[in-house]
Design a protein around this ligand. Structure first.
Ligand SMILES: Cc1cc2nc3c(=O)[nH]c(=O)nc-3n(C[C@H](O)[C@H](O)[C@H](O)COP(=O)(O)OP(=O)(O)OC[C@H]3O[C@@H](n4cnc5c(N)ncnc54)[C@H](O)[C@@H]3O)c2cc1C
Length: 510
């Protein structure tokens, strides 16, 4: 779809819904609402869709901006269900086996998260003897979580309709596991007599931080149990062919098929409620202003943007509620390219390397023939969460020095972890939270949503239904949290709520 395309869409005066932000969440919400027959316009500040799951090109290389592996492509998974609903093909992908290899900074063999559950069970026994009860408890919790998630609950509920959706998803298994709603993964370790296994804790800390922004001590047990089961069949992780952009290309197609309109280079700067409708104002990349009127707005940006967008229209209570949210992390991401022969033979596509400053790395290596690098070369992306604020309001020279130090430290960790010679990289650059703020429009480049602690996850999290009529939220600050699979579910939740208010219940086509 091209920017400003004018397919079979209503005129601006007939708009039902404006969706803000064409990342995975906004594209999913816009496509669902357009598919349900509403007049939808999706406004995106950037010149392309994708946001944190987008792609950029450097010479012969294609780099995934943030997300590099995908969950939810299996039957019953969120992307699979949505692609079926929209009648679009699943993005071309190869299953990851192992889903990840975790290399702790010790002399033991790395831990491979095999796709086959039995092989993974044997790996657990070999790597963490005596932890069987912990893994069995996690598996039980995960099964209860999964059947719950498959019934599309609304979390946290704010109205009777929401509550009915939630209660409809709760069965005896969830009543039992609900007893652990306030527990952490550390509590599970204690319950199972594994709290003293420091190696297991270090492994879990690395894995959990990828999804929850917290380690063992602060990750909610129910959330952590499912995160720890993501790499195994019948779920599993995938590496997309071509680039991550394939996911958003498919969703753009779904939006177009449904008659929705994507407007690229349209940055929303103000939201106002006028005469019972929403007024959405902003600026195009060429500096000209735009102005839309609609019944409802779905905002996929972090909720921390709302005070600026709404200004005086922001209810004081809601302003206070958002101000109390924990500050999300930013990210440092190293984008490199290398001769494939320099890499260790048989290296996995995704690794975690336990490392010192600026932190342990999540590493993604392109696969031969996947379209990201010329034959015989590979792209290497290494990311680490980092506090955002210190990267802002620095004199330019200090910022550049800090950036160079971080790049050098990450490159050194990669050289040590992948046993690379010095100067092996053919290309290298670093994105800081400042770069992410520019690319994604996220304040302070915050990524990853709210941490999934017992105070913040699912039932205790932020609601997609805001106190302002007709203003909905989706994205990684909402249930069920970050990741492309997670944010597509948040978009499904908000779309179901919005459509239910209009008397048009949404049921995904099987
Ligand atoms: C380094 C890193 C690694 C990750 N790795 C993985 C992974 O391997 N697997 C995985 O599943 N997930 C991963 N994630 C998480 C995943 O990328 C995100 O959870 C998901 O892509 C967020 O999608 P979103 O639509 O909620 O937000 P975004 O992708 O941020 O989309 C928001 C969109 O809104 C636009 N926008 C912003 N402001 C405005 C405005 N004022 N007006 C109009 N448009 C605006 C932005 O340009 C952007 O396109 C990773 C994230 C990061 C940062």
């Amino acid at each position: 779809m091209t920017a400003d395309s004018t397919a079979t869409v209503p005129s601006c005066a007939d708009l039902d819904v404006v969706v803000i932000g064409a990342g995975v969440a906004g594209l999913t919400a816009a496509s669902l609402l357009a598919d349900a027959g509403l007049g939808v316009e999706l406004l995106e500040a950037h010149h392309q869709s994708g946001g944190c799951a987008g792609t950029f090109r450097r010479g012969p290389y294609i780099f995934d901006v943030g997300a590099t592996q995908v969950a939810g492509l299996e039957p019953g998974g969120s992307h699979h269900r949505l692609c079926r609903h929209f009648g679009i093909p699943l993005p071309e992908a190869r299953p990851l086996d192992p889903g990840c290899v975790v290399q702790l900074a010790d002399d033991n063999a790395p831990i491979a998260l095999w796709r086959d559950p039995e092989r993974w069970r044997q790996e657990q026994q070999r790597q963490f003897p005596g932890s069987e009860r912990f893994w069995a408890l996690c598996a039980t919790l995960h099964q209860a979580n999964w059947s719950f998630a498959g019934k599309d609950p609304v979390l946290p509920p704010r109205t009777l309709w929401d509550l009915r959706q939630l209660l409809g998803a709760i069965g005896p298994a969830q009543l039992a596991t609900g007893l652990l709603a306030k527990a952490t993964v550390a509590d599970l370790l204690r319950l199972c007599g594994c709290a003293g296994d420091q190696r297991l804790r270090r492994f879990l800390d690395l894995q959990l931080r990828l999804y929850s922004q917290h380690g063992v001590d602060r990750t909610a047990a129910l959330y952590g149990a499912t995160v720890l089961a993501m790499a195994q069949a019948p779920l599993g992780l995938w590496h997309l062919e071509g680039s991550m952009q394939g996911l958003c290309d498919g969703l753009e197609q779904a939006l177009q098929n449904a008659g929705g309109r994507l407007r690229l280079r349209h940055r929303v700067t103000r939201l106002a409620r006028e005469g019972g409708r929403w007024r959405v104002q902003g600026q195009r990349a060429n500096g000209t202003a735009f102005d839309r009127t609609c019944d409802a707005v779905v905002c996929s940006l972090p909720p921390q943007t709302l005070p600026t967008l709404l200004g005086e229209a922001m209810p004081q209570g809601y302003r206070r509620c958002l101000a109390q949210l924990p500050t999300p992390s930013g990210a440092l991401v190293f984008y490199g390219a290398i001769e494939r022969a320099r890499l260790p033979a048989g290296v996995a596509a995704h690794l975690q390397l336990e490392a010192g400053q600026p932190g342990s790395l999540f590493v993604s290596i392109s696969q031969e023939g996947d379209g990201r690098a010329p034959q015989g070369q590979a792209t290497v992306i290494a990311s680490v969460f980092t506090p955002s604020a210190p990267w802002f309001n620095l004199p330019e020279a200090d910022y550049q020095r800090r950036k160079q130090e971080a790049l050098t430290a990450i490159r050194s960790s990669l050289e040590a972890g992948l046993t690379l010679p010095a100067n092996a990289f053919l290309h290298q650059e670093l994105a800081t939270p400042r770069g992410f703020a520019g690319w994604t429009g996220r304040p302070f480049g915050m990524v990853g949503g709210l941490g999934q602690s017992p105070d913040q996850f699912g039932p205790f999290g932020l609601a997609s239904r805001t106190p302002l009529p007709g203003l909905w939220l989706c994205g990684d600050s909402l249930h069920p949290g970050e990741g492309t699979a997670g944010v597509s579910l948040s978009a499904l939740m908000a779309s179901r709520q919005l459509l239910a208010e209009r008397g048009r219940p949404l049921q995904l086509r099987a």
